[in-house]
Write a protein that binds this ligand. Structure first.
Ligand SMILES: [Zn+2]
Length: 189
């Protein structure tokens, strides 16, 4: 199977990740293995992954050629969500995705990305205290938006497994995000 990628710019970003290094190759291959759909939507700021629909949604502002490194980093973050494969999001899952994004920014030598995401690398995704720190970093990245704070503050700290990570729970989380406003989910650094 191959990833279902609608635009040339997104295919370029997927190819850039695939050819970057071993981590990138694994991330890009995950989308191909799962046949994940990648689309632009004006409802999204940054990026958002809906594993429940095997779909990544990206901010159309990132089509600007000047934003290509940020598009690549953001797509790598979303690839990590697909790779982790859970239906419901968590602070732990976000921390792992931001660590992937920081590593890709580092390999790209993308200064703004390194500055925004490098701080996640020191944190341990299995430590409750580090997940509290990660949440504070995520809220900081999200800026002062009350809607964004509501979304992230409502995420479970550790990744729910088994029955807690199911289709109905995913739809409930997506509905909560919809109410709070998709626009604020993942602002650029
Ligand atoms: Zn994320």
């Amino acid at each position: 199977m191959t990833a279902k990628i609608s635009s040339a710019r997104l295919r370029d970003a997927h190819n850039r990740i695939a050819q970057l290094d071993a981590l990138g190759a694994t991330l890009a291959a995950t989308l191909d293995a799962k046949g994940t759909r990648v689309i632009f939507s004006a409802r999204i700021s940054g990026g958002f992954t809906l594993n429940v629909f095997n779909t990544i949604v990206m901010d159309p502002h990132l089509q600007d050629p000047a934003s290509f490194d940020f598009l690549v980093c953001t797509l790598a973050h979303e690839c990590s969500h697909v790779q982790q494969g859970h239906l419901v999001d968590s602070v732990q899952q976000e921390l792992i995705a931001y660590q992937v994004e920081a590593k890709i920014a580092d390999t790209l030598q993308f200064a703004a990305g390194k500055q925004a995401f490098g701080k996640f690398l020191a944190l341990d995704p299995t430590s409750a205290r580090d997940l509290d720190t990660a949440l504070a970093f995520i809220l900081d990245l999200a800026g002062g938006s009350p809607a964004t704070r509501t979304i992230y503050a409502s995420l479970p700290k550790f990744q729910p497994r088994g029955a807690a990570d199911n289709f109905a729970a995913a739809l409930k989380q997506i509905a909560a995000v919809g109410i709070a406003g998709w626009q604020t989910l993942r602002p650029p650094p």
